[in-house]
Design a protein. Structure first.
Length: 54
């Protein structure tokens, strides 16, 4: 798979997964924690996609 597609896939999946983590302890999706974890998940997804593309 192309590196660009892997990075985009990682960004999307990581963002959703990171945004869902605060919901496990009862926080909403548009809270500070939801947005923060979504950003962290996206960055981790970018890194994983980049590593898989090599």
């Amino acid at each position: 798979m192309d590196r660009k597609k892997l990075v985009m896939f990682g960004t999307i999946v990581g963002g959703y997964a990171g945004g869902y983590i605060p919901a496990l302890w009862g926080a909403g999706g548009f809270t500070m924690w939801g947005i923060l974890f979504s950003a962290i998940g996206s960055l981790v997804g970018i890194w994983i996609g980049f590593q898989l593309g090599e």
